[in-house]
Write a protein that binds this ligand. Structure first.
Ligand code: GLA
Length: 396
């Protein structure tokens, strides 16, 4: 099994700093880092104004940077060995490809929000696997938002960085993601999960028991369906809400439907809308129960809720795949398992597994061998605790 772990000897920050010195022939003034994330429970509820429980993982995007006196931005990516250059006053959505669209989108969103931005020179490096469902894009957005805040001397709380990152992704990059990934990259606390209310954006840090590790397993499955099916699910939820609002004007989002109310409302929803609503309403309730289980050290209960979340995503929301179901089923029988489910958008990508620290190795060999027998390849694994959100330091 190949295991992705944070590079111990050379952190992403070190790689970014060296790349900055080589590219700009000078030392950077600042460095910053923002983590990837994995969602323990609360799948596809952030854009329904629901509650989610993600953690920041110990994999990150790092920047080394310095301020400029004009409005130019020059960025070298160590991972892609590519450079981009743009003027903050000359940005239009869709004008930059690939990774470059993210920093450009952040500059565009910040400038569009009326913030007086200065330009910067930066080198970027990271160890979050790209397109594996660990949200390297939100980490990139939040890291650049923090860098622009630093060089422009802005007084902006972390939550604002998250909102600007989401605006960049929704309006400049063109992906209709919710707010969960950016808030996690910006506001997470080490050794804690983040209980986030995606309507009010209030959050609370919930301690994770030190005896548990988080393991992500990548199915290795192609995800071409991901953005089209993701957007389709969002449209289906909007359709559900407009039908239910005609029955009850207090329903503005699926968040407003309680599990008790749902039974009598389902008859207003033709399939598959009834199944979509059942998932979202049930999942929001499961997140509340799971956070409480975590706070009361009811580990087994927490695990059951994760498995129930997976079943609901598989049967009612229909965003799973044979490979993801295979990984969760193997995990359920593996040594040390507490709970497992698909995480992120689904249709491929990763499962998240909560595993007893003492049995992580046994867990990994069991699942890895089983997956290889079924699907002919081993899943990539990342073993992690919970990391902290974005931080900026003097480059030193
Ligand atoms: C993706 C999106 C998130 C969230 C999840 C599903 O990761 O970026 O905003 O909607 O899917 O829970």
């Amino acid at each position: 099994m190949s295991t992705t772990e944070p590079k111990k000897e050379r952190s992403a920050v070190d790689v970014a700093r060296d790349a900055f010195c080589r590219t700009f022939a000078e030392r950077p003034e600042w460095s910053c880092r923002a983590p990837g994330r994995v969602n323990l429970i609360g799948g596809h509820v952030d854009y329904n104004d629901g509650v989610v429980l993600p953690v920041a993982v110990a994999l990150e995007i790092a920047l080394a940077f310095r301020a400029r006196t004009d409005r130019l931005v020059r960025i070298y990516s160590a991972d892609f060995d590519e450079t981009t250059e743009f003027d903050i006053d000359d940005l239009t959505p869709g004008s930059l490809p690939g990774w470059m669209a993210y920093p450009a989108g952040v500059a565009w969103a910040m400038s569009g929000a009326g913030l007086p931005l200065r330009g910067l020179d930066a080198a970027v490096a990271g160890n979050i696997p790209i397109a594996a469902g660990l949200s390297s894009s939100a980490a990139l957005e939040v890291a650049f938002a923090a860098a622009f805040r630093q060089v422009s001397d802005l007084d902006l709380p972390e939550l604002e960085l998250a909102k600007l990152g989401q605006a960049a992704e929704n309006q400049f990059v063109g992906v209709r993601c919710g707010i969960m990934d950016q808030v996690t990259a910006a506001c997470a606390e080490a050794e804690h999960a983040l209980l986030l209310d995606c309507r009010s954006l209030h959050y609370r840090h919930v301690p994770l028991p030190p005896a548990l590790h988080i393991v992500t397993l990548d199915s290795g499955l192609e995800r071409e369906l991901r953005s089209s099916e993701y957007n389709k699910r969002r449209r289906e939820c909007e359709e559900v809400v407009s039908r239910l609002a005609a029955v009850d004007e207090d329903i503005h989002a699926l968040r407003d439907v309680s599990p008790e109310q749902l039974g009598s409302l389902l008859r207003h929803l033709p399939p598959p809308l009834d199944r979509r609503a059942r998932h979202v309403v049930g999942e929001i309730e499961r997140v509340r129960l799971a956070a409480s289980a975590l706070e009361h050290a009811e580990t087994e209960r927490f695990g059951e809720l994760m498995f129930a979340s997976h079943r609901s995503l598989r049967d009612d929301y229909e965003v799973s795949s044979e490979e993801l179901d295979g990984l969760v089923e193997l995990a359920r029988r593996a040594p040390g398992i507490v709970g497992a489910r698909l995480t992120g958008a689904g249709f491929g990508g990763c499962t998240v597994n909560v595993v007893s620290v003492a049995l992580v190795e046994d867990f990994l060999s069991y699942v890895s061998e089983g997956y290889e027998k079924l699907f002919g390849r081993k899943p990539d694994a990342c073993v992690t605790g919970a990391a902290s959100g974005v931080s900026v330091d003097r480059a030193g």
